[in-house]
Design a protein around this ligand. Structure first.
Ligand code: PMP
Length: 484
């Protein structure tokens, strides 16, 4: 335990010296002292099953013994050089990481955060294509500040508010691509960022609920035939519209998360990305897969999220799980696109590829392989999805259960007919109740109405059983409160 600061002092310091933007979960934010694999311990020694892994970041478990040992060894050997000098951990890591990607994706740029990786990808796309515009799933024009889910919102407006929600970072540049409304500012962000409708099969106007790549399909009606997703064709028409009507006739690039994370684990119809990629390339743009949340085996069936869409991106960006919580990130591209950066004389990053990060990154890759964590994501994730789907059938306020592997969303609604988002206060209460019972989960979606579940990939089935029972209990309590 840290002995120096009590809880109240921590709150005082936070209020005075740290960001005034409230990001902390819970009425009484958690003060964490220790972590071990899928468990976290607070100042009082209470333990929590961590089903959000530091926002989808702690990929192989908190303080994993092998990763810790490697980090300690490197700590005593060499912390930092900057890329003007070479060091073996960087080259070992580059070789290992490149081996996990299909040809011709083999040139790696090491940076420090997801936003930084995406900024670099934007720069490369523009330098390579000689175009400016970059497309992402982010319907424009609506500030969320004026709307609350508690208002009687017109269903069309609701659709507009919900069918966006890309998250590619919060830096001034990437904020142009991000459109989870709560993060937007009334300031110009990201020149040349062009929005297009997110093909959200649960919320979108054409449905497509039977056409997502998940063991669980939605309760929403879907007119698509089992072997043909007509909804996908409708969303593609929208995408074509964006390409022909916006400035984006000749585009630099298109960003997509294989499954949207911050937006509440939103999935697209099967086949959508494949067609969208072709359309983008036909206009001279490059396709960028943002694997910040979906990469490193989390989706179970494949190591990278883009593989689940059967596409080959031109640029892949990654962060979070890459370092199991150590700040590091990477951009991987083809030799041809990488060369476009040579249009300037130098491109430099002080900390990118530092020895600590590279040693840790290598250890993370080894652990994923040695402990079969991708297979575990597939097996335990599917087991969990099917269990949560049963809860959806039991409770009127659980509107959708979706996702793949260990990236799961549980969307809360007022009722299954209207599917209007459950008001934030009610979702907050269920969230608090789960915490009181020792389970930590995340939140997502425009109105924060979706619970996000993305534990470390070492999670076991008995822990899933515990989590499902906690949820069942929190939902039962909530239904009782509502009935009063
Ligand atoms: N892309 C995605 C898909 C993300 O989820 C995030 C972070 N939530 C980012 C980019 C930005 O990463 P960072 O916070 O490390 O800048």
């Amino acid at each position: 335990r840290y002995q120096s600061l009590g809880y109240n002092r921590v709150l005082e310091i936070h209020k005075e010296h740290l960001s005034p933007v409230v990001t902390a979960y819970f009425q009484k934010p958690l003060l964490l002292h220790q972590g071990h694999m899928e468990w976290l311990f607070d100042a009082e020694g209470s333990r929590y099953l961590d089903f959000f892994s530091g926002i989808v970041t702690v990929s192989v478990g908190h303080c994993h013994p092998k990763v810790n040992a490697v980090a300690q060894k490197q700590l005593g050997r060499l912390w930092h050089t900057s890329t003007v000098f070479f060091h073996p951990p960087m080259h070992e890591y580059a070789e290992k990481l490149a081996a996990l990607l299909p040809e011709p994706l083999k040139v790696i740029f090491l940076v420090n955060s997801g936003s930084e990786a995406n900024e670099l990808a934007m720069l490369m796309a523009r330098a390579h294509s000689n175009n400016i515009d970059i497309i992402s799933f982010s319907l424009p024009g609506f500030s969320l500040l004026s709307y609350s889910v508690d208002q009687e919102l017109d269903p069309i407006l609701l659709l507009f508010l919900l069918c966006r929600g890309a998250y590619h970072g919060c830096s001034p540049y990437t904020l142009g691509l991000t459109n989870v409304g709560t993060y937007k500012m009334e300031l110009p962000g990201g020149t040349g960022c062009q929005p297009t409708m997110c093909p959200d099969v649960f919320r979108g106007p054409w449905g497509g609920s039977h056409c997502r790549d998940s063991p669980v399909q939605t309760i929403r009606k879907c007119s698509c035939a089992p072997d043909c997703c007509q909804a996908k064709d409708q969303y593609i028409e929208q995408f074509k519209d964006t390409l022909s009507t916006s400035v984006a006739k000749s585009i630099a690039g298109f960003f997509a998360e294989p499954i949207q994370g911050v937006n509440g684990v939103v999935q697209y119809p099967k086949g959508f990305l494949k067609e969208a990629f072709e359309l983008v390339r036909a206009r001279g743009g490059v396709c960028i897969a943002d694997e910040v949340q979906t990469g490193f085996g989390r989706l179970g069936s494949h190591f990278w999220g883009f593989q689940t869409h059967d596409v080959l991106p031109d640029i892949v960006t990654m962060a979070k799980g890459i370092g199991n919580g150590f700040p590091m990130a990477a951009v991987i591209t083809t030799p041809e696109i990488a060369k476009s950066l040579a249009k300037c004389l130098q491109h430099f990053n002080t900390f990118g590829g530092n020895p600590m990060a590279c040693a840790i990154g290598s250890a993370v890759l080894e652990v994923i392989k040695e402990e079969n964590l991708q297979e575990n994501s597939q097996e335990v994730g599917t087991y969990m999805l099917l269990k949560f789907a049963k809860l959806r059938d039991e409770f009127e306020i659980v509107g959708d259960v979706r996702g793949k592997g260990l990236m799961i969303g549980i969307e809360m609604v007022q009722d299954k007919i209207s599917c209007r988002p459950l008001p934030r206060e009610e979702v907050n209460q269920i969230h608090e109740d789960c915490k009181h019972m020792g389970l930590l989960v995340g939140r997502g979606s425009i109105f924060s109405q979706t619970f996000r579940i993305a534990p470390s990939m070492c999670i076991t089935k008995p822990e899933v059983d515990f989590a499902v029972e906690v949820f069942r209990s929190a939902l039962t309590q909530h239904m009782e409160r509502r009935a009063k």
